[in-house]
Design a protein around this ligand. Structure first.
Ligand SMILES: [Zn+2]
Length: 265
């Protein structure tokens, strides 16, 4: 089905708020108003984190990042982004979503088809909402965290359109590679501004392997790492990988600088 049916029926606000004010997706002005430091840190699709590595492939094909990541302070409010949403599932997944919840829209009928959408919010530090209950736009569902496969406090937000036939829901758009999830950019009433700088940020340390141009970024706990190839980074074509092969540690300079490590070239 055409994703525009869903976009028109289920407009979204961003799932992040503070003191009852929903974030408008702009890093500068609004972060200042609510004291945030919020960032749209990873888009939907073949993004740098999704392109390469263990996490980046599924059945031999590049696995798209099938949601949108928003970074911000730990314990920021994660809120219902729909006018009305039904919490279907609350759970924990150590190697993936961490603390997460799923919720759905109401069902609607269009051209004889019964449809709805399903959403996930992941990596929360704690879940506040309970399953099998309606919540309205802006209601606090969880608190932002870094549980599961995560390198820092952020929220993974994904959504997939569903078609219901004989009581059974199946993916209405997307594909196996994205597991039915779709790019929600056009669903957002106020479009968030993507911040590419967050690919490497000040929370991370850099590690370079001797004789190679690849650089690892290590999270504060020292476990999840990101690999950046400097040639592609300079060309604006960043690449990401998950690995634990670490050899040398160096402090990250200010954001926005090109980093050249000369010791072990
Ligand atoms: Zn994500």
């Amino acid at each position: 089905m055409d994703v525009s049916y869903f976009r028109d029926l289920f407009p979204l606000t961003l799932p992040i708020a503070k003191n009852g004010v929903i974030w408008n997706g702009r890093t500068d002005e609004f972060s200042n108003i609510i004291g945030g430091g919020f960032e749209y840190s990873q888009e939907f699709g073949l993004t740098p984190y999704a392109k390469t590595g263990v996490y980046g492939y599924l059945d031999g094909k590049p696995r798209v990042h099938n949601g949108h990541d928003f970074a911000g302070p730990l314990e920021s409010d994660l809120v219902m982004p729909l006018e009305k949403g039904w919490i279907t599932y609350v759970g924990y997944e150590a190697g993936g979503y961490g603390n997460f919840l799923f919720f759905e829209t109401e069902t609607k009928t269009i051209n004889g088809d019964t449809i709805k959408m399903e959403f996930v919010l992941a990596h929360a530090t704690k879940i506040i909402a309970t399953a099998n209950k309606w919540y309205k736009r802006g209601d606090v569902l969880a608190k932002m965290g870094s549980t599961g496969m995560s390198t820092g406090p952020h929220t993974h937000f994904g959504g997939r359109p569903l078609l219901i036939k004989n009581g059974v829901a199946s993916w209405a758009c997307g594909d196996a590679n994205s597991r039915g999830y779709v790019d929600l950019t056009d669903f957002f009433i106020t479009k968030p501004i993507y911040n590419k700088q967050l690919l490497i940020n000040q929370r991370m340390k850099l590690i370079k392997k001797k004789g190679e141009k690849d650089v690892y970024a290590l999270d504060p706990k020292g476990k999840a790492c990101l690999l950046i190839n400097f040639d592609t980074y300079r060309a604006g074509l960043d690449m990401g990988i998950w690995t634990s092969d670490i050899q040398e540690v160096t402090q990250l300079p200010e954001m926005g600088q090109i980093i050249i490590l000369t010791n072990n070239n």
